[in-house]
Write a protein that binds this ligand. Structure first.
Ligand code: NAP
Length: 309
């Protein structure tokens, strides 16, 4: 039998990420009790139907009472409101963590409200899909994916190790980073690709000379791969753009410069420049596969992921 890492876990937010954690905790027996909390009765009802926890409440304050691990999985823009709701109900010695896609902003929103006698350790699992809500989660979402922690200068190393052991039990690889550095890295590996996808799909949708039915009919030519990213949750991505503004704007500036270089090479027929870039980028894809962060399948391993569910 797996020894529970925690007696009582409170999950605040039970969408794709929260419900995937809940499913793993249940499957692996990592806690005796799991309290599920979400703001709407509708989502709470669904979480209950899916048997994601052992107790359910719409009150985040009630949910955290007696919990030794609290995981906040809400859009990053809601972090401060949640921190204020739970602050006075937290158990002394509890570990409070989050899964937000931006870190400096979440720390600025949550840390000032955290009592001195709890361990606030921000985290971010680099795992997800374009789906949202409690039905979207699945066992094994975090397997072989990185979970990055951005501990504060006074973070207790014992609490950090305990939290890392929990994520490692979910199959994650763990790493520490400075929050600003995390936000820059994520701006390039995640935020910029999503913004480009939203933009390209928006452009295609605006085109008058190409009909929407043609865009959909011939989408497998490349467009389709962008539409997956561009189908990601609008609330989550609005919040990411607003809460990682500086790093995103910096990466967008770099991107625009490089795009202008590409545009120029195409205009002047500089095939050698195009060939050099496309060869370099092909090698990046090979490195990602070698690092086990994707599979070499024409559908980017999406089929394998569906089968795993
Ligand atoms: P999700 O599926 O949309 O679920 C969001 C959860 O947060 C729901 O329980 C929702 O409650 C609740 N919520 C929404 N707005 C709220 C508000 N204003 N105040 C309090 N609660 C609110 O989202 P998710 O994909 O799990 O994402 C959760 C967090 O994980 C985000 O911070 C995101 O940046 C991060 N993250 C996401 C991914 C990804 O690929 N999706 C990957 C890594 C990290 P109701 O349904 O009851 O309204």
């Amino acid at each position: 039998m797996t020894i529970p890492h925690f007696e009582r876990i409170a999950l605040i937010g039970i969408g794709l990420i929260g419900s995937s954690i809940a499913r793993d905790v249940k499957a692996l027996g990592l806690a005796k009790e799991v309290v599920v909390s979400t703001r709407s009765e509708e989502t709470l009802k669904r979480a209950k139907e899916l048997e994601l926890g052992s107790e359910y409440t719409v009150s985040a304050a009630d949910a955290v009472k007696g919990a030794d691990l609290v995981i906040v999985s809400v859009p990053v823009g809601a972090s401060e409101a949640v921190a204020k709701q739970i602050a006075s109900s937290l158990k002394p010695g509890a570990i409070v963590t989050d899964v937000g896609s931006t870190k400096a902003s979440v720390i600025a929103q949550m840390a000032p409200h955290m009592p001195d006698n709890v361990h606030f350790i921000p985290g971010h699992p680099l795992a997800g899909t374009e789906k949202s809500g409690p039905d979207a989660g699945f066992v094994g979402l975090f397997r072989d994916r990185w979970c990055i922690f951005t501990p504060l200068p006074d973070t207790d190393p014992v609490a950090l190790d305990k939290l890392k052991a929990f994520w490692m039990a979910l199959g994650s690889r763990v790493d520490d980073m400075d929050p600003q550095h995390h936000d820059k890295v994520l701006a390039i590996v995640s935020h910029l690709p999503h913004i480009i996808a939203y933009n390209i799909v928006g452009t295609a949708d605006d085109l008058e000379t190409v009909t929407e039915s043609e865009v959909i009919k011939y989408s497998a030519s490349g467009f389709r791969d962008f539409t997956r990213l561009a189908a990601s949750d609008p609330t989550m991505w609005r919040d990411i753009c607003l809460h990682n503004k500086d790093a995103i704007l910096e990466m967008l500036a770099r991107f625009s410069e490089d795009l202008a270089y590409l545009q120029r090479a195409i205009r002047w027929g500089e095939g050698d420049k195009l060939f050099e870039l496309f060869t370099r980028t092909r090698a990046v894809r090979r490195s990602i596969i070698q690092a086990g962060q994707d599979v070499d399948a024409p559908d980017f391993g999406r089929h394998a992921l569906d089968v795993k569910k």
